[in-house]
Design a protein around this ligand. Structure first.
Ligand SMILES: NC(=O)c1ccc[n+]([C@@H]2O[C@H](COP(=O)([O-])OP(=O)(O)OC[C@H]3O[C@@H](n4cnc5c(N)ncnc54)[C@H](OP(=O)(O)O)[C@@H]3O)[C@@H](O)[C@H]2O)c1
Length: 277
């Protein structure tokens, strides 16, 4: 069994640094894909109400036979539910879709700065934390100025900020801000949905260390200290993406990959994104 290191969050909860993401896994295939990931050795699953596939994740966790407390499950509050009462109800919906008594991590999916007040939403997240039914709460797609409002106006520092990070969007300023405030950075779309993999430097490093470009990029994230959960519905890639712990990149390799940065997003800019499904 692959040993995946853990990161200790700011409330003492431990999270596996590598997990399995299920964005764009269609609901009918989610149980099978998640079960494969669990069989291969992943013990951390990242889902969201927005993905419509929490039920498949829950089924896979139950059907795997792996004790519930050995699997770390994250889900996220969808965009239509930022008002306090809606957030509390949406959390109940997530728990019943997953079919779990306790969730490991619950995140505000997007700040939606023009829609409402995410500070109210964060206070609802604090209420949910106080029930003891979620082990940690955090945010996703928050910029530094959004986080600053939470620090100024509420009592809990998010355990996690899940943001887009990959070699074309290295996010060094926001990652440093998270770190300075004790917030763990999770990097979404860690291989930029495959678009970075043709970069020559990744092939060169991969040839030297005997790994694929995807493995080189995922290792780069891990050595930078971020938490990642690549998505794949392909068995060989699910295996490949976990096979990251028998090689190391040099400091020069890490710097060369970081130098690919062009501040280019694959997803929306959180300051401008106010979409409600
Ligand atoms: N918080 C947010 O707003 C947010 C936004 C986006 C994503 N996320 C989270 O982050 C997770 C990962 O991001 P993502 O799904 O957008 O993108 P990703 O993990 O960067 O890339 C997934 C894509 O790359 C392909 N792929 C996977 N492993 C590969 C490999 N070893 N070699 C070549 N291609 C490979 C997959 O194809 P196949 O599946 O066909 O194999 C899929 O098309 C999501 O699943 C979700 O949990 C969060």
């Amino acid at each position: 069994m692959t040993h995946v290191p853990t990161i200790t969050l700011n409330n003492g909860v431990e999270i596996p640094q590598l997990g399995f993401g299920v964005f764009q896994v269609v609901p009918a295939e989610t149980r099978a894909a998640t079960l494969e990931a669990l069989e291969v050795g992943y013990r951390h699953i990242d889902t969201a109400e927005m993905y419509g596939n929490e039920a498949g994740v829950g089924e896979a966790v139950r059907d795997s036979g792996i004790p519930r407390d050995e699997i770390f499950i994250t889900s996220k509050l969808n965009n239509g539910f930022h008002a306090r009462a809606d957030a509390l109800a949406a959390f109940e919906g997530t728990m019943s879709a997953l079919g779990v008594d306790e969730l490991d991590l619950f995140l505000i999916h997007w700040p939606l700065p023009a829609v409402g007040d995410f500070v109210e939403t964060w206070k609802a997240m604090e209420e949910i934390l106080a029930t003891g039914r979620v082990r940690a709460i955090g945010v996703s797609n928050f910029q530094a100025h959004h986080l600053q409002r939470l620090f100024d106006e509420t009592g809990t520092v998010p355990a996690v900020n899940q943001i887009e990070v990959h070699p074309y969007l290295t996010q060094d300023a926001l990652r440093a801000f998270n770190h300075e405030h004790g917030i763990a950075t999770e990097g979404w779309s860690p291989i930029a949905q495959g678009t970075v993999l043709h970069e020559g430097i990744l092939g060169e490093i991969g040839e030297r260390v005997g790994k694929t470009p995807a493995q080189v990029v995922l290792r780069w994230h891990l050595q930078r200290g971020d938490i990642v959960f690549p998505k794949s519905v392909t068995r060989s890639r699910i295996e490949e993406n976990l096979d990251l712990f028998d090689f190391e990149l040099t400091g020069e390799d890490v710097a060369a990959i970081t130098a690919l940065n062009k501040d280019e997003r694959t997803g929306p800019n959180p300051d401008e994104f106010n979409y409600i499904p």
